[in-house]
Design a protein around this ligand. Structure first.
Ligand code: TMO
Length: 319
C-alpha cells in the first residue's frame, strides 16, 4: 500500500505551487518568478521584501512562499522555492551543512552581522537569582520560573531551535519546555511578564529588536563545540549529547536554490552582495515590532532611506 505522510508545510507548499502556476506571467527576463521564502520573525520577512522589491525594480517577477524553517530545505532542494535571506548558524547549521555537502543549495555568502540564539531572561530576575546568567543557577532558581502548579521551571521555546529537550536532559535541568508557534507568541509572553516583573525564560536572539526595548541576558551554558552534538563523551554528561549552549559569535547566511543560480545569475549576484550589520538588523526588525509598520511598508521605508547602500548591491551585469 502506498502511504504518503503529508505534513502541514508540505500541504501548504503543494497548494502554493498550484496557485503560483496559474498566476505566473512570463516577463521579458525570465519565466519562473524568483520565489522568496518568508518565515515567522520580523527581520526575515522584511529583508525578504527588501530583496524582492529590488528584484522587481529590475523587472523580475517575484513571489513569496511562506514556510516554517523546517520546511524550507525541502522546498529549496526540490525547486519549489529559490531564496532564503536568513540562515542562522545557531538553529539551522545542521541542515545547511547537509544540503551544502550534497550540493542541493548555493551559498550566497554571509552577512557582517554576528549572531547568537539562546535561552534568555530579563535582567530584573537577577535580583532574585544572583548567580544568573550562569546555567548552574537555573536549577537553584527553577521555582522562580515555574507556574503555580509545580516547582519545575518553564522554558518557552520558539519553533526553530535545536533539540532543547535533549539539552534539558543532558544538563539535568529541572525545567519543562513549552513550544510556541511563532516569534509573536514569544514576545507576547515576554511583554506580559516584563510588565509585572515576573521571571521568565524564553528563546531570544541577537541581532533582534527585543534588546533595544527590554533589558536582559542570555544564559551562559557550557561553550558550544561541534563535538557536543556528535560525541556523547564530550562535555560534562558522558552519555548524552547536547550538554552545551549554542555558538556565541555565529554566522548568518543567504542561500539560493540551484535552479535560481542557473537561470538567473544576476539575482544570485545581487543576493551575494546583500550585507547588513547587527545595528541594521535591529533597526529593520524595529520598524515592524516597535514602529508598527506592515512588512511591505517597512521594506519600502527602509529602501527609501538606504538607497545608497542597496544600490551598491546591484551588480553591473544586471543594470
Ligand atoms: C532563527 N531565529 C532568528 C528565529 O532564531
Amino acid at each position: 500500500m502506498l502511504r504518503i505522510n503529508l505534513t502541514p508545510w508540505m500541504l501548504a507548499l503543494f497548494v502554493y505551487s498550484l496557485s503560483a502556476q496559474s498566476s505566473t506571467s512570463p516577463t521579458k527576463k525570465e519565466h519562473l518568478p524568483i520565489r522568496i521564502i518568508t518565515n515567522n520573525w520580523a527581520s526575515q520577512k522584511v529583508i525578504s521584501h527588501i530583496v524582492g522589491n529590488i528584484y522587481q525594480q529590475l523587472g523580475f517577477n517575484v513571489s513569496y512562499v511562506e514556510l516554517p524553517t523546517e520546511g524550507q530545505w525541502y522546498a529549496l532542494k526540490y525547486n519549489k522555492a529559490d531564496i532564503q535571506v536568513e540562515v542562522w548558524e545557531g538553529s539551522m547549521a545542521d541542515k545547511y551543512y547537509q544540503l551544502k555537502k550534497e550540493n542541493s543549495i548555493i551559498d550566497a555568502g554571509r552577512y557582517n552581522a554576528t549572531t547568537r540564539e539562546e535561552w534568555w531572561f530579563p535582567s530584573y530576575v537577577k535580583e532574585q537569582c544572583p548567580n544568573l546568567p550562569n546555567w548552574t543557577a537555573l536549577n537553584e532558581c527553577a521555582a522562580l520560573f515555574s507556574d503555580e502548579n509545580s516547582n519545575r521551571g518553564i522554558y518557552y521555546a520558539g519553533p526553530w531551535e535545536k533539540p532543547d529537550r535533549a539539552r534539558i536532559r543532558a544538563l539535568k535541568l529541572n525545567f519543562k519546555l513549552i513550544s510556541l508557534n511563532s516569534a509573536d507568541e514569544l514576545w507576547d509572553k515576554l511583554t506580559e511578564a516584563y510588565a509585572l516583573k515576573k521571571p521568565i525564560l524564553l528563546f531570544n536572539w541577537t541581532p533582534n529588536w527585543v534588546n533595544t526595548k527590554y533589558q536582559g541576558e542570555f544564559i551562559e551554558f557550557p561553550d558550544y563545540d561541534a563535538e557536543c552534538e556528535t560525541v556523547p563523551e564530550w562535555g560534562i554528561n558522558k552519555t548524552f549529547l547536547y550538554d552545551c549552549g549554542n555558538p556565541k559569535s555565529a554566522w548568518l547566511k543567504k542561500v539560493t536554490s540551484r535552479s535560481l543560480a542557473a537561470r538567473n545569475p544576476c539575482a544570485l549576484n545581487i543576493l551575494k552582495n546583500v550585507n547588513l550589520n547587527n545595528a541594521q538588523f535591529e533597526e529593520i526588525a524595529a520598524l515592524v515590532m516597535i514602529k508598527g509598520l506592515t512588512i511591505e511598508n517597512a521594506a519600502k521605508r527602509w529602501l527609501s532611506e538606504n538607497q545608497s547602500l542597496w544600490s551598491n548591491w546591484i551588480s553591473k551585469e544586471c543594470r
